[in-house]
Write a new protein. Structure first.
Length: 209
């Protein structure tokens, strides 16, 4: 199965397996069975075997999975064995926090530019980056090879900035604006609405009290 055909929930599980394998490698563990992997990290052994079987035969019956080999394979499947440059549109609280977030500046991901329409923010420094005018977006995407965009703008500005990212050549967008965006063919959007998660937790508190 090609990674583009993998359902989002299955991809999420692959990411969980990858984090588990990295933890095992740091501990010096070279091989592990699906049962031990499941028990150690609160996962399902049958689900692990089913998910991994879609990408080849990794385990040896009675011996288990080679931790390093499986980690490398999952990194390839998830596209983490190559560099992904990302630009952030919106230099407010969320955009600034994301630009400083270590997880977006290590490994496969690197923030290469931050943009904001506010003249008071343009030219300001966020770590090693200088906030730039959105008029420079297409030029920066081309020069850096950025393939990801992160939207950290108000809901009313999300659509126009999404289309600006599409026009600049970005092929995937993480959207923190509290609005659903209509995808353009070939440019995937992943919405992150923190309010939805908080409301889910609020419901849990009410229903469990």
């Amino acid at each position: 199965m090609a990674s583009g055909d993998t359902p989002p929930l299955a991809l999420n599980r692959l990411s969980v397996y990858l984090r588990a394998l990295r933890a095992l490698q740091r501990e010096g563990i070279e091989r592990i069975s699906s049962q031990r992997l499941a028990s150690r990290f609160g996962l399902s052994a049958p689900q692990i075997r089913k998910d991994l079987a879609q990408y080849g035969e990794f385990g040896i019956r009675g011996i288990g999975y080679d931790v390093v080999s499986l980690r490398r394979r999952l990194e390839h499947v998830l596209g983490l064995d190559r560099r992904h440059a990302a630009v952030i549109v919106g230099a407010g609280n969320i955009g600034t926090a994301l630009a400083r977030f270590p997880g977006l500046n290590t490994g496969a991901f690197h923030i290469v530019a931050v943009f904001d329409i506010d003249p008071k923010r343009i030219g300001a420094r966020i770590g090693d980056l200088t906030v730039r005018d959105p008029l420079e977006l297409a030029e920066v995407v081309e020069s850096t090879g950025a393939d990801m965009g992160i939207l950290a703008v108000p809901a009313e500005a999300a659509a126009e900035n999404y289309f600006a990212l599409v026009g600049a050549g970005v092929r995937a967008v993480l959207n923190f604006a509290p609005v659903r965006l209509e995808e353009v063919d070939g440019v995937r959007v992943k919405d992150v609405d923190l309010t939805i998660f908080l409301e889910e937790l609020a419901h849990h508190l009410v229903s469990s009290s």
